[in-house]
Design a binder for this molecule. Structure first.
Ligand code: PGA
Length: 254
């Protein structure tokens, strides 16, 4: 049976109290009963929420991750958060290279490769984000852009390391805009990603790779996207802040 991940990226939203409220609603609605072993749920709240969330999520089927990490181990890096700190909260995953980090914080593929390595060294599963801007798609450069992001950010990993990585394709023009890629556009890029991974790491690794789609996923379009053969779920921003909407996106994988 096809496997799915539905991940909620809360970005810089909610106070701790507001976040706890949403989480409590989600736990109540989802209940983790009628367990669906082929669908994994992961929440990426702000750093400040990780530890209290992990207490609430103990003994549930919902996993936890951070939205970013430092590539440094520790030391005099004021304001940074290390992989070890994230791991110590109970979180198991981390988003690396979200387009908002690439654009607003000038994170490049070389730095992101360091972050992926650091995450793996600390037993955190990275979700590595890639995706083109609208100008790049208009110039028909979207495949080149994504190939470079993946080659430079991931392809220096050895096979054992790469097996642990999840990729999220998030076209920048679809993030937070309400404009989703069509299932066909998303499938075409996911297929391309799987092909370049197959070329680099072989069929077994490529066929097991989880590739999530992100960019204005909501309950009304999730099923059409998730039905595509190379789409293994979604990285959901805005819609993950509403428990019922998020639950309906999760249900689109059943
Ligand atoms: P969105 O964000 O669902 O609000 O478009 C997705 C993301 O940035 O991960």
């Amino acid at each position: 049976m096809k496997k799915y991940i539905v991940a909620g990226n809360w970005k810089m939203n909610t106070s701790l109290q507001e976040g706890m409220q949403i989480l409590e609603n989600l736990i109540k609605i989802h209940q983790c009963k009628g367990f669906h072993p082929h669908t994994q749920i992961i929440l990426f709240p702000p750093f400040t929420h990780l530890y209290p969330f992990s207490q609430l999520l103990d003994n549930t089927c919902i996993h936890l991750g951070a939205q970013n990490l430092s590539h440094h181990e520790k030391g005099a890096y004021t304001g940074e958060i290390s992989a070890e700190m994230i791991r110590s909260t109970g979180a198991t995953h981390v988003i690396v290279g979200h387009s908002e980090r690439r654009i607003y914080h000038k994170e490049n593929n070389q730095l992101l490769f360091e972050k992926v390595k650091t995450a793996l060294n600390h037993n955190l599963t990275p979700i590595y984000c890639c995706g083109e801007k609208i100008q790049e798609r208009k110039k028909n450069k979207h495949f080149d852009v994504v190939e470079i992001q993946i080659t430079e950010g991931l392809f220096h990993l050895n096979e054992e390391e790469f097996r642990k990585v999840i990729i999220a394709y998030e076209p920048v023009w679809a993030i937070g805009t309400g404009e989703t890629a069509t299932p066909e556009q998303a499938q075409e890029m996911h297929r391309f990603i799987r092909e370049i991974v197959e070329f680099r790491y072989g069929n077994d690794i490529a066929s097991h790779l989880m590739i999530l789609y992100g960019g204005s996923v909501k309950a009304s379009n999730a099923r059409g996207l998730f039905e595509q053969p190379d789409i293994n779920g979604g990285l959901v921003g805005g819609a993950s802040l509403r428990a019922e909407e998020f639950e309906n996106i999760i249900k689109a994988t059943y």
